[in-house]
Design a protein around this ligand. Structure first.
Ligand code: HEC
Length: 160
């Protein structure tokens, strides 16, 4: 009998707990993507959260820009990223085929908020268990890195 009472008390405590915190951040299992995007605008869902607030459209390949991007990438990104395989972070060889240029720039420029608030960022953090560091990249440098990354892709690059 005592055991039974114990159980009842335990379970009502658990219910009380969930209700008290509003049930939002109570360490719930991984939220489905839609839930994570709840407070984001349609633009943010597609293009990420960060300083780039207008859609960046890729034109013809600018090789000089790509070369500048490679220099920055080699200096500040290769500690964690490879093109063809997962390393500390995801493989980036095909990233321009799965994300928009704007999304990639916002991820580079604002990684913390991206992994905290964006459903894709949250998913990536869950997979890699490491925070991408903010490398102090400028918007121009981030744009150049996108140009370099597009030269690495074998699939169809998302141009906007
Ligand atoms: C300290 C390691 C680290 C460094 C340095 C780093 N990253 Fe990351 N990056 C990550 C991790 C880990 C993730 C996955 C998200 C997370 O867990 O924070 C990621 C995610 C990304 C993504 C998203 C990939 C996708 O599939 O959407 C892009 C793009 C990216 N990084 C580009 C860069 C670029 C460009 C640089 C250099 C300016 C850079 N990263 C520097 C670790 C790093």
């Amino acid at each position: 009998m005592r055991r039974l009472i114990g159980l009842v008390v335990m379970s009502s405590l658990a219910i009380g707990c969930g209700g008290g915190s509003g049930g939002k951040d109570a360490g719930s299992p991984p939220a489905p993507p839609a839930a994570g995007g709840g407070d984001l605008s349609a633009f943010e869902v597609e293009h990420g959260i960060g300083p780039v607030k207008e859609v960046v459209v890729l034109g013809a390949l600018d090789q000089a820009l790509a070369d500048r991007g490679k220099t920055t990438f080699d200096g500040k990104c290769t500690a964690c990223h490879k093109m063809a395989e997962k390393y500390v972070g995801p493989a980036l060889g095909e990233v321009t085929t799965r994300r928009s240029p704007t999304f990639i720039m916002n991820m580079i420029l604002n990684p913390q908020e991206m992994v905290e608030r964006h459903p894709v960022g949250k998913q990536l953090l869950a997979e890699h268990m490491t925070f991408m560091a903010n490398q102090g990249i400028t918007v121009e440098e981030a744009r150049a890195i996108v140009e370099y990354l597009r030269t690495q892709a074998t699939g169809t690059v998302t141009t906007q």
